[in-house]
Structure formats: C-alpha cells, structure tokens
Design a protein around this ligand. Structure first.
Ligand code: FES
Length: 355
C-alpha cells in the first residue's frame, strides 16, 4: 500500500532539505546546536495502512468502553440487590462480604476498561508520527498561546474522535456513566445520625463508676485537689459498643472548695464542690487528662486547649470553641454519686452541635 492510501493524519509533516523526517535539523548550526539525534525511520503500524485493521481496533476500543458501561450498571445493580450481610467464599481469600466483592470487582472492571480502551485507542488509532521539538524560552508569549491552542485542536483531529463516531459515543457513555458509581456509594455512608450524637448513656439515677477501680464512687471518695475519671454504671469493657459509648460518656470528677467555684450554675450542679465535666475536649475530641489543682485548669494534650473547671469549664486558652459540658450530679440515698440527667448539651467537638 502506498503512502497515498495512508490517512493524512498518519503522515509525517511536510519536510524541507534542512530538516529530517522528524523535523530536526540535519546539520547543527549556531541556532540549532543539535542535529538529528538519529531517530530510526518511521514505520507505519498495521492500522495506518490497513483500514480493516483500524476497524478491528476501533471495535476493540468500543468493546472495552461498552464493558465499562456494563460493569458500572453491574455495580449499581449489586449495590441495590445484594444483601449487606451476605458473605461468599472466594479462594484464596476465604469468606468475604458478597456486596464488597461485587462492588470492588465491578468498579475495578469499569475503571480498567476505560483505561485499557484509552490506551488501545492511543496506541493503534491516534497519530503515530514522531515529532522533534526545539527548546523554547520559558515565556507565555501570545503566539505560544496561539500555538498551544492550535496544537490542541490538531490533537483533537489526530485523535480521530471526530471521524470514529463509535469510539466517541461509547467513550462519552462510559465516562458519563462511571460517576454514577460514586453517587450510589454515598448511600453507603449509612443512615443519618439523627440525635444520637446529642445524647450519652448518662440518665437520671445512673451511678458514677471509677474507671480505674470499676467501683461506684462515694462522695467521700473524692478528695479536694484529686482528679478521678468516671463512667456510667453498667458500662463494661467487654461490651461491643464500649468504645462508642465511652467516647461520649467519660467524665472528669474533681472536688473544689465551693467558695472557689465562680459559676453559679456549676455550683448548683455540683455536690459539695464535687463537679463532673466531660472528659472529651470540645476542639476535636481528645481525652483531657492534665489537671492543675491550684488553678483548677485542665489542659488538653492535643492542641493545648485549657479549660477552667472552677468557672463552668470555660475555655481560657487554645482552639476549643466552647466550654466543657458539665453533668449535673447529686448523691443518692445509698451515698453514691449519681447523675441527675443526661448532659444538657452535646459533648465533644463543636460540629456536633450544628448537626
Ligand atoms: S483536641 Fe483538645 S485542644 Fe485540640
């Protein structure tokens, strides 16, 4: 087959006597210090000289894009149909979630086929002409911008996207359908938390239990100047949801001389100077543990937010956005400290309040 039968986009650019087939100068001079670096002569691919081979490549690319579309549809169908608790045996991994397996396989296949289709398209049908380019000064002159634009248009033409309608249609189909997978994944974020983050396990009559000894706390157990960590009675480390609950329930118990308590509500919510504050920092939720008994300040080790436990848990330093929530406590008939109610505000980082 002669070069007349080769599509125009596959032919090298017209050359003059001073330049070789790749556009490089044949003889070095002052302006072009490097002559032809010796690239081998251009060889046409089978698709460049045989339209039937080009058609085969086109169909292969279209097939890959079509498989991608089917895989995306399979992803959505799997998400809708497969039970979240169903498990299957997959050798050699063992038993795994059927839903995760199906989502992973279909999503992977969909992405792979888009990539493989694009690579096959580039390697077999896009222009295959080698081009030598001179180094240019790094500046964005208007003519450079114009050239970039022209190159971009030429690239679009050379990609044959205008001529190969089947590829164009299936590629747009695959690319348009693929983001749907992400939309469906949003559903996997689960139900909205509702008011769950606003409440803890604390409730009227729940005893305060010392987290170190696992024993209920008597008022007489709490000495002035000491710091005790407490959790609600009934919480066990062996419960499956222990971590989830303790992340909201943990308390710091300190005893302050009632005269030193500046905040009126804090005094009312305490028992003879024993105050119970959330141990969860209101910045981003680190557990607070550093207590300075002279000043009644507690310091969060993460970003040094400092709270005044003698003044309603007010923030006196650092990035925390609001005061530490206080739990209203009292003493039951049996002499043990107990909660009067749940916290009256959400514990932990401020964004929970905005939910
Ligand atoms: S988490 Fe406590 S200061 Fe940042």
């Amino acid at each position: 087959m002669s070069s007349q039968e080769i599509p125009e986009e596959n032919l090298p650019a017209a050359q003059d006597d001073a330049h070789d087939a790749h556009g490089a100068v044949k003889v070095a001079d002052e302006k072009n210090p490097f002559a032809d670096p010796g690239l081998p002569p251009h060889e046409h691919r089978i698709q460049d000289i045989d339209e039937r081979a080009a058609k085969r490549s086109e169909r292969t690319v279209a097939l890959l894009f079509t498989v991608s579309m089917l895989a995306t549809v399979g992803f959505i169908a799997s998400y809708l149909v497969i039970d979240v608790d169903k498990s299957i045996y997959v050798w050699p991994i063992g038993h795994i979630s059927a839903l995760n397996f199906a989502l992973g396989m279909t999503l992977g296949l969909s992405l792979f086929c888009i990539g493989a289709g694009a690579v096959h398209w580039a390697r077999t049908l896009m222009s295959d002409v080698e081009v030598a380019d001179e180094r240019h000064p790094i500046e964005a002159a208007p003519e450079v911008k114009a050239k970039v634009l022209a190159d971009f248009k030429a690239g679009a033409e050379e990609s044959v996207i205008g001529r190969r309608k089947l590829i164009r249609t299936t590629m747009f189909g695959a690319l348009a359908l693929f983001p749907l997978s992400g939309v469906f994944l949003l559903g996997g974020l689960g139900p909205a938390p509702g008011t769950k983050l606003r409440h803890t396990t604390w409730a009227k009559g729940k005893k305060l239990v010392n987290m170190n000894t696992n024993e209920p706390l008597r008022a007489s157990d709490v000495a002035v100047g000491s710091l005790t960590f407490a959790m609600p009675d009934g919480l066990s480390e062996h419960d499956h949801d222990f971590q989830k609950n303790i992340a909201k329930d943990a308390l710091m118990i300190v005893r302050i001389q009632p005269d030193d308590i500046k905040d009126k509500r804090e005094l009312e919510w305490s028992h003879e100077g024993i105050v119970a504050f959330s141990k969860i920092c209101t910045h981003v939720g680190c557990p607070i543990s550093l207590y300075e008994q002279q000043t009644h300040h507690v310091l969060c080790p993460c970003h040094q937010s400092t709270f005044d436990l003698a003044d309603g848990g007010r923030v006196i330093f650092g990035p925390a956005g609001h005061a530490l929530p206080q739990l209203r406590i009292t003493v039951g008939e049996d002499g043990y400290l107990e909660a009067v109610s749940d916290f009256e505000e959400p514990v932990g980082p401020a964004f929970w309040e905005r939910g």
